[in-house]
Design a protein around this ligand. Structure first.
Ligand SMILES: O=P(O)(O)OC[C@H]1O[C@H](O)[C@H](O)[C@@H](O)[C@@H]1O
Length: 290
């Protein structure tokens, strides 16, 4: 991969440019209303800055950028499984999409919107980790909002099962004061207590380790002292809510004390919303952030 070749083939003056970044290349997108950056390593969104605002996404100041390591922050693509592999814990947690190099397959721009599409196709290495033929596409659309669409197409001759998450890390002032709206009356799996729960409170507050999978397709809204952030989604029956809390964060070399400034709200397919895709068929998991 070479940024000059990508700029010639896919660059759009004033709208999309490719730059070397750490061990990879990033595409920088500029719409009338916002900028965004996506790394080709992992098809990983690293930044979304609406005009005159701070970055909506959090990337850890201690994030490690190297092959084989997932980037702490932004929007890691957890795929084709979410969490530990269901039967083989030696396989990469959250799948291999976030530690794979993706190709640029298309770019376009209009007056209002800029978009880029990245692709990952089955190959010898992916077949070793997950024995299916597939095409995955990540479409990023930037106008005032940022939309991320992950489409999985089954190009094999047998069905396969996918769990996934658009593992969005949001940039917040303080985990002690932020609240999350949109989960009231929703059942969840509590992955800290390993128990089921049902939320009655209108607003979820934090301050301790939180790791929950809520059974909902609805929009969630982060209320921060500096702004509200809306997380809409489609093709997703699960919203993951995660902050590791102080004790666990201090054991994570790429996060540590910075956990206070992040909250993950993730459009996901997991639990009974794991998706079976028949040969020739596809599924799209999407989130829109504003
Ligand atoms: O450290 P990672 O592999 O990136 O996973 C980070 C977190 O991802 C999700 O939010 C899961 O629900 C958590 O259980 C997990 O700890």
């Amino acid at each position: 991969m070479n940024p000059e070749v990508l700029n010639t083939q896919f660059g759009i003056v004033g709208k999309i440019a490719f730059q070397p970044f750490e061990h990879t290349i990033v595409a920088e997108l500029q719409s009338k209303h916002a900028t965004a950056k996506v790394s080709l390593y992992g098809a990983h969104v690293l930044s979304f800055i609406p005009n005159e605002q701070e970055d909506v996404l959090f990337v850890s100041p201690k994030a490690i950028f190297k092959n084989g390591k997932a980037i702490r922050g932004g929007i890691p693509i957890c795929w084709p499984w979410f969490g530990p592999h269901p039967v083989d814990s030696s396989l990469p947690p959250h799948g291999f999409a976030r530690i794979s190099n993706w190709a640029v397959t298309n770019t376009s721009a209009s007056d209002e919107e800029v978009s880029i599409e990245l692709g990952l196709t089955s190959n010898a290495e992916t077949m070793r980790l997950w024995p299916y033929q597939f095409e995955a596409r990540l479409l990023l659309k930037l106008d005032q909002e940022l939309t991320v669409e992950l489409t999985t197409r089954n190009t094999d001759n047998k069905p396969f099962e996918v769990s996934a998450a658009l593992h969005s890390y949001f940039n917040i002032s303080d985990i002690e004061t932020v609240t999350l709206e949109g989960l009231s009356s929703v059942d969840y799996q509590d992955d800290v207590a390993n128990a089921n729960g049902h939320q009655t409170d209108k607003l979820l507050a934090f301050g301790q380790r939180t790791d929950r999978r809520y059974r909902t397709s609805d929009t969630a809204i982060i209320h921060d002292t500096k702004r509200d952030i809306s997380v809409k989604k489609s093709g997703s029956g699960i919203t993951v809510v995660w902050n590791p809390g102080a004790e666990l964060a201090m054991q994570m070399g790429d996060l540590a004390e910075h956990y206070q400034h992040m909250l993950c709200v993730e459009a996901a397919n997991s639990l009974d919303d794991t998706i079976v895709i028949q040969p020739g068929m596809s599924h799209t998991l999407a989130t829109t952030i504003s």
